[in-house]
Design a protein around this ligand. Structure first.
Ligand SMILES: N[C@@H](CCC(=O)N[C@@H](CS)C(=O)NCC(=O)O)C(=O)O
Length: 216
């Protein structure tokens, strides 16, 4: 029995989990859902009702996206996204991810909201986000990816959220002083991996058909 992942196509947390599963070449059964119709099977094992949720063959339930990523890469990590030979690399990545999951995510939500409701504080909200984007630009000045010249867990954990930031005020973003962030984000958005991870599937509740994901 393969692990089952409950997922939502455009959710950045589910996206990062799918990216890690794909990078780790782990076969899982994907069940796509919408938040207005969460499958009872998912709520039964994970009452908190957020996606992604991964259910392993031994019934272990993993209900945090970062934990799903770590589970996948601990099975196999062909691209060494965990930088396993480098002492201290993983805690450093986790610390960066934590900073973005908390501070940046909150600022991004405020920025998205200001845009959606055409609030007059949009520039202020953007400036708060920019402090985080500047940090990434600085990192990408020093190396090709966020941690080093090698791709890492941090890159695939953060990229779905930077994608969201880039979409809030498209024209502003395209001329913003962050050319390295744009190059880094574009290289993901244009990659075959991203195409696979963002493929559209029928909703599981509509046809109860699992989609084999991660290995094809
Ligand atoms: N900390 C969780 C957050 C996941 C999360 O908040 N996902 C959103 C969708 S992007 C969700 O499921 N929200 C539930 C709802 O709005 O009902 C994780 O990292 O997996």
């Amino acid at each position: 029995m393969l692990p089952i992942i409950y997922s939502l196509r455009n959710c950045p947390y589910a996206m990062r989990a799918r990216l890690a599963i794909f990078k780790a070449k782990q076969a899982v059964l994907l069940r796509d859902l919408v938040l207005s119709h969460k499958p009872a099977e998912m709520i039964a094992v994970s009452p908190k009702g957020t996606v992604p949720v991964l259910v392993l063959a031994n019934s272990t339930v993993i209900e945090e996206s970062l934990e799903v990523m770590l589970w996948a890469l601990q099975q196999t990590d062909p691209d060494d996204l965990l930088h396993c030979q480098q002492e201290g690399a993983l805690p450093e990545m986790l610390s960066l991810i934590n900073e973005f999951d908390n501070g940046f995510k909150t600022s991004l939500e405020a920025y998205k909201c200001a845009k959606r409701y055409q609030e007059d504080n949009i520039a202020q909200c953007r400036v708060v986000c920019q402090q985080y984007i500047e940090q990434l630009e600085q990192r990408l000045t020093e190396h090709m990816f966020l941690m080093s010249d090698k791709e890492s867990l941090a890159d695939i954990a953060l990229v779905p959220f930077i994608r969201q930031f880039a979409r809030v005020e498209r024209q502003w973003y395209l001329q913003s002083p962050y050319p390295r962030v744009r190059r880094w984000l574009n290289s993901y958005l244009q990659s075959p991996v991203f195409t696979k991870v963002m493929a559209k599937h029928p909703l599981w509740l509509d046809n109860q058909q699992d989609i084999l994901f991660g290995v094809n």
